[in-house]
Design a protein around this ligand. Structure first.
Ligand SMILES: Cc1cc2nc3c(=O)[nH]c(=O)nc-3n(C[C@H](O)[C@H](O)[C@H](O)COP(=O)(O)OP(=O)(O)OC[C@H]3O[C@@H](n4cnc5c(N)ncnc54)[C@H](O)[C@@H]3O)c2cc1C
Length: 420
């Protein structure tokens, strides 16, 4: 369209996900399907789960199981992802999590955590584990421990205070010959922990000279092995649809085939999973922010004060603009980072961290501003805003506290060669 063909007062109507450039037809259809799924399935189930106790969330017949059954029916498993080109994968992956996050962030994280064991098996090109396990099994990622939360992001010790030391790990895998024996526990924060069937376990390794957390190991294991038990599901403030809880290991034994990364590969494995998970988080919480914005935009057209819809008030327009601006930036950043990381020879963890920090910070700021636009109604459980704000708040800690990610990401900006 030439400029003279524009309407006399030009304006452009944005699509469901803002200033979206034309997507390839297959991806556009995928996005539409996912948006319907988010609105018709994920959001209503997430709202029901939000009102339940942690025990009710994981009980047989709960909406949590309905979500996973319907999500599996979409057929977005590891085989589908493996068949895509890196470019298509880099578009579909963020859109998948944006849309799931648009529905319910806790359920989006449950789906994301579930894919991590097989996604990492794929990234490490481990044929045994890809054959042994399937997408129909609910997965989880056990890395943090009761005594080691932020520490677990830092196997290279970059964050360690000069007076500090890691101390005793809470979970150790003893590697002897072709057998591995696991003892200890992971923290109460393992997403899907109370119900997962398989776990990608990051823990200290003992190869004969005592446990060494900086040279840990990574295993993908079934959770029906003798010696595995679970803690009580955790009751928490936000993302209540996401079950979380400890996993305990009492002399749990597996063969060496289940080892995804040994001590020599441990730092690579930590780097790899954080590069994946931080991108996924960026997408999910850009989606949550979009949901809060859409609700606030609708409300601003409906709610009248001073005899006019509140969107007529200049301060409301100003606030909505800044919410919209932040979401566009968070979404664009995440997609760019995921494309870079899927196509570069080595992904940039500092870039993935920008996506996580920006997406989650945006979700918190936008959900808070959206609640403010709802006035008193924003505070009541009759309206969806207080839930979105609770869900967004948890994300600033989840997958690494944002301040830790910023320090760690800053470490990757140092060019040692320039300092010599
Ligand atoms: C919703 C949710 C989902 C999660 N899912 C999983 C999961 O699937 N699997 C899993 O294993 N874990 C999971 N976690 C755990 C999560 O990764 C940790 O909560 C997070 O890494 C922080 O650890 P922590 O809670 O022990 O806090 P701590 O590490 O004890 O930190 C407490 C405070 O101290 C600050 N701090 C700590 N160390 C430093 C430092 N070196 N420099 C400056 N400040 C510091 C932190 O920023 C924070 O403010 C999840 C958490 C949440 C909230």
């Amino acid at each position: 369209m030439g400029v003279r063909d524009w309407p006399a007062s030009p304006r452009s109507q944005l699509g469901v996900s803002g200033a979206e450039p034309p997507l390839p037809p297959m991806i556009a259809e995928f996005q539409q399907t996912l948006r319907r799924f988010a609105l018709e399935v994920v959001r209503p189930l997430g709202m029901r789960l939000d009102r339940m106790s942690a025990g009710e969330v994981i009980a047989p017949g709960s909406p949590f199981w309905e979500f996973h059954r319907k999500y599996r029916e979409l057929g977005i498993g590891i085989e589908t992802l493996r068949a895509l080109s890196p470019e298509d994968l880099s578009l579909m992956f963020p859109i998948l999590f944006e849309e799931l996050g648009y529905g319910d962030a806790g359920l989006a994280i449950s789906a994301g955590a579930s894919t991590l064991p097989l996604l990492l098996a794929y990234r490490f090109d481990n044929g045994f584990l890809l054959e042994r396990f399937s997408d129909s099994q609910l997965g989880c990622w056990g890395i943090t421990e009761p005594d080691h939360g932020s520490d677990q992001l830092d196997p290279s010790g970059q964050l360690l205070d000069s007076r500090g030391r890691y101390g005793k790990p809470n979970c150790v895998a003893t590697l002897r010959g072709d057998r591995i024996v696991i003892n200890g526990q992971k923290s109460a924060w393992v997403s899907n922990g109370p119900v997962a069937e398989i776990c990608i376990l990051y823990c200290a390794a003992d190869t004969g000279s005592g446990p060494d957390p900086s040279h840990g190991c990574v295993l993908v294991i079934p959770l029906d092995l003798p010696g595995v038990s679970r803690g009580k599901p955790l009751d928490k403030m936000g993302q209540r649809a996401l079950p979380q809880g400890e996993i305990f290991f009492d002399n749990v034994e597996v063969g060496r085939d289940y080892l995804l990364a040994g001590p020599e590969d441990y730092q690579r494995a930590v780097y790899c999973i954080h590069s994946e998970a931080n991108g996924l988080m960026g997408g999910t919480f850009a989606g949550l922010a979009q949901a809060a914005f859409d609700l606030a935009l609708d409300y601003a057209h409906e709610r009248r004060q001073g005899g006019v819809p509140i969107i007529r008030h200049q301060s409301v327009q100003h606030r909505l603009f800044h919410m919209y601006r932040k979401i566009e930036a968070a979404r664009a950043l995440t997609r760019r980072v995921i494309l870079y990381n899927n196509t570069a020879p080595v992904p940039a963890l500092q870039a993935a961290m920008t996506s996580k920090v920006t997406g989650t910070q945006t979700s918190f700021e936008v959900a808070s501003e959206a609640l403010q636009l709802f006035g008193g109604n924003g505070l009541t459980r009759e309206y969806p805003l207080e839930k979105l704000l609770r869900d967004a708040r948890a994300s600033l800690i989840e997958d690494g506290c944002n301040e830790i990610l910023a320090i760690k990401g800053g470490c990757y900006l140092i060019d040692e060669a320039r300092l010599r």
